[in-house]
Design a protein around this ligand. Structure first.
Ligand SMILES: NC(=O)c1ccc[n+]([C@@H]2O[C@H](COP(=O)([O-])OP(=O)(O)OC[C@H]3O[C@@H](n4cnc5c(N)ncnc54)[C@H](O)[C@@H]3O)[C@@H](O)[C@H]2O)c1
Length: 450
């Protein structure tokens, strides 16, 4: 039997799964004065954490982790026994898409199973990972309830990469407990940790589980709507700028709110939006109903890299530039502006399409937010200097709205790119005045739906 840790050595919170959201949650809780242990099966990640380092490419996170470790508020362990005696256990492991396009719950099961021998009566256990309705109940009934009378709840994590630290401390927190006592324990935890936050208690864990899926389905579908309007604007024989259309459409008040069509882009990436609509689709299939919306939104958004490729390829062909002679410069590889996260980035399929069509030899890619390690993982080589990337390019594709790229002027592009080059705007949404400046420098501007 393991000797009990001295009272003072027991942290307040265990965060099981020290990945993207786990590291942000743990670091923020530590900064707010709680003592936190991050538990992860990835020994490399935990060794880095204990040295005050964090490889997750989230702005501000590395400093917050370093400060937490230095203050003695944050530490890491690969041993699930580190959860013994803590007041709250937060489960933040991954829920990837399975080969059958369903939620793969194997990490959740493994994580719950690993800490289960160390739980005790009255402990709060909160699942933060995105899961289909019924998962929290299943973990409670099968894994925890036979061992102790824990307070079990689901609380969806709704932070977004690139602004995760701010989001975690500002977006209303939802909680859904297995019973009223568990909901209250979970709500109290968040009110104590972040006193300024709004906490809403729902009547069941299933409702809270479904909220997260509803949020992500709404976002994916809304972007798909913007992307289809953009494709239509590209196809119609009129000078329609889809950004102008969306701006106009969004001025209409409907019910309590305005129409709120989001922006079109070169595609949707990231760990969540690319899988969560499929979780909804799978729930429908299991319930014996065929849902149309999740599949449609996924298919539309997944088609965008090929749409972008088609427009760039058509431009270069119309100019008489052969693929093997064309220099195509990509500014941005991460899936999101001002983030280095490349998980399921839509720039990946675009690069593949360009390579397949023969543009590979002179393809240059710059993304100051992305690490060399991440780039290697995705089979690309990054050019560190955006100026060298753009130099002599026949087509410059701006695919992430990183601050470093928004600072590039029309004169910069006019001076560096080949005469008459294409500037393809996949995510920066230049205003009309900037488009005029580019055109005055002899460049051709094409945006998604513009
Ligand atoms: N990334 C986001 O912005 C975001 C936002 C909201 C919700 N979510 C959801 O949060 C969950 C986690 O996402 P993420 O992006 O942090 O994933 P991630 O892959 O970055 O992190 C998961 C971590 O869990 C660890 N892990 C796996 N099995 C384990 C086990 N048995 N015990 C301990 N650790 C284990 C992994 O080593 C990894 O470090 C997912 O369900 C995701 O859908 C993510």
């Amino acid at each position: 039997m393991t000797a009990a840790a001295p009272e003072s050595a027991v942290p307040d919170v265990a965060v099981v799964g020290f990945g993207y959201i786990g590291s942000v949650i743990a670091a923020v809780l530590a900064a707010r004065g709680l003592s936190v242990v991050g538990i992860d099966t990835n020994a490399e990640m935990i060794a880095a954490l204990n040295q005050g380092k964090c490889p997750i490419p989230e702005p501000g996170l590395e400093d917050l982790v370093a400060a937490g470790v230095k203050a003695g508020k944050l530490s890491g362990s690969t041993d699930p026994a580190a959860a013994k005696g803590v007041k709250a256990i937060l489960i933040t492991v991954g829920t990837p898409l399975s080969d059958e396009f369903e939620a793969d719950l194997s990490h959740i099961r493994a994580a719950c199973g690993a800490v289960a021998p160390y739980v005790s009566d009255g402990q709060l256990i909160m699942i933060k990972s995105t899961v289909p309705p019924g998962t929290t109940r299943l973990m409670h009934d099968e894994i925890f309830a036979p061992r102790a009378h824990v307070h079990m709840a689901f609380s969806p994590e709704r932070l977004a990469e690139g602004q995760a630290i701010r989001d975690l401390q500002s977006i209303p927190i939802l909680v859904g407990g297995m019973d009223a006592e568990a909901s209250e324990a979970c709500a109290d935890f968040w009110r104590g940790a972040i006193p300024t936050i709004d906490v809403m208690a729902l009547t069941s864990p299933e409702a809270a589980e479904m909220v997260k899926l509803a949020d992500n389905l709404w976002i994916d579908l809304n972007v798909a709507l913007a992307n289809e309007l953009a494709k239509l604007a590209d196809a119609l024989p009129y000078p329609i700028d889809v950004m102008e259309v969306i701006g106009g459409a969004n001025s209409l008040k409907k019910g309590q709110h305005h129409v709120n069509i989001l922006h079109p882009s070169n595609g949707v990436g990231g760990y969540c939006l690319t899988k969560d609509p499929w979780f909804v689709d799978a729930l429908g299939r299991r319930a014996g109903i065929e849902l149309k919306i999740p599949r449609a939104s996924r298919e539309v958004n997944d088609s965008m890299p090929v749409h972008v490729f088609g427009r760039v390829d058509a431009f270069l062909k119309a100019k008489g530039i052969a693929a093997e002679d064309a220099k195509v410069a990509l500014l941005g590889f991460a899936f999101k502006s001002n983030s280095g996260d490349c998980r399921f980035t839509p720039v990946g399929p675009l690069v593949a399409a360009l390579r397949e069509a023969g543009y590979g030899d002179k393809l240059t890619i710059c993304d100051p937010m992305v690490t060399t390690r991440e780039a290697t993982h995705h089979g690309i080589v990054l050019e560190p200097d955006w100026r060298k990337t753009v130099e002599g390019a026949h087509a410059v594709l701006i695919l992430a709205g990183h601050d470093a790229f928004t600072a590039i002027t029309a004169d910069d592009l006019g001076d560096l790119a080949a005469p008459g080059a294409l500037v393809y705007d996949g995510r920066i949404y230049y205003p009309r005045a900037r488009i005029n400046e580019l055109e005055a420098r002899g460049l051709s501007y094409i945006g998604v739906g513009r």
